[in-house]
Design a protein around this ligand. Structure first.
Ligand SMILES: NC(=O)C1=CN([C@@H]2O[C@H](COP(=O)(O)OP(=O)(O)OC[C@H]3O[C@@H](n4cnc5c(N)ncnc54)[C@H](O)[C@@H]3O)[C@@H](O)[C@H]2O)C=CC1
Ligand SMILES: CCCCCC(=O)/C=C/[C@H]1[C@H](O)CC(=O)[C@@H]1CCCCCCC(=O)O
Length: 217
């Protein structure tokens, strides 16, 4: 059966301790990092923390107004050459590729992708699946294609954002919870079969933001 994760082979397996993607240790200073959904919330907080440590950041978000305002704020502190905004809907292959190309052109070769964009819309469940799970899959597969050592890349890191409800049941949001469970399945499976990149999952618990505050009321 064909696989979207082409050219994996059993010969390419290596010990867990050697899973370094490109075989090098990772340094944040000078790294080029794409963060989806970084116009606000957790993604913006990741951008701030990584900029403080010397990374260059592409804020990729569907909300251009908020994204541009966030980048203007971050540029005022870290300089215009350190952070850019690129409009991106993570459900679109073309958008994701354009983000990658613009980042390489303006900041240099990409080292890290953080698939952070996420929504919690139980009524429009297919949209929630497309953004939360589809965005992580699309980004991870593109990263393998662009950074994978099997494709002539230098390796790199992909971080996919799950949630506490990716490991616990969430009766108030079963669709959201299912997407976050699936992200863990994706990364765990990649972790045992792919050594061309490092893949991680983060499990945030609660981070204040407007939408979630409203969901609790
Ligand atoms: N806030 C929290 O306590 C927790 C958040 N998470 C996860 O962390 C991630 C970020 O969450 P928050 O910062 O709280 O969310 P948020 O709602 O504050 O921000 C989400 C960002 O994603 C963007 N976005 C939405 N749809 C998009 C799309 N199709 N393409 C590109 N960008 C899109 C939005 O414009 C927004 O800037 C999500 O994946 C969420 O599921 C996980 C656990 C806890
Ligand atoms: C309900 C427990 C949520 C656990 C923490 C979490 O993952 C929160 C994430 C929010 C993030 O800001 C983006 C969202 O939209 C998330 C909230 C989704 C809650 C689903 C509730 C479903 C509903 O009541 O419609």
């Amino acid at each position: 059966m064909g696989s979207c994760l082409e050219s994996q082979s059993k010969e390419q397996t290596q010990p867990e301790s050697d899973r370094t993607g490109g075989g090098k240790s990772m340094e944040i200073k000078g790294s080029v990092i794409i963060i989806t959904g970084a116009a606000r919330g957790l993604g913006k907080a990741f951008a701030e923390a990584l900029l403080d440590r010397g990374a260059k950041i592409c804020v990729a978000d569907i909300d251009s107004e908020q994204g541009q305002s966030t980048v203007a704020e971050l540029q005022a502190k870290h300089g215009e050459d350190s952070v850019i905004f690129v409009s991106c809907n993570v459900t679109s292959d073309d958008d994701f590729k354009a983000v990658w190309d613009a980042t390489v052109e303006k900041l240099g070769p990409v080292n890290v992708l953080i698939n952070n964009a996420g929504i919690g819309n139980e009524q429009e469940w297919d949209k929630t699946v497309a953004v939360n799970l589809g965005g992580c899959m699309r980004g991870t597969l593109l990263a393998l294609d662009r950074m994978g050592t099997n494709k002539g890349g230098s390796g790199g890191v992909v971080v996919n954002i799950s949630s506490i409800v990716g490991v616990k049941a969430n009766p108030f949001g079963p669709v959201y919870s299912a997407t976050k469970h699936a992200i863990i399945g994706l990364v765990r499976s990649l972790g045992v079969s792919i050594f061309h990149l490092l893949t991680y999952t983060l499990f945030p618990v609660l981070y204040h933001q407007l939408l979630f505050s409203k969901a609790l009321l």
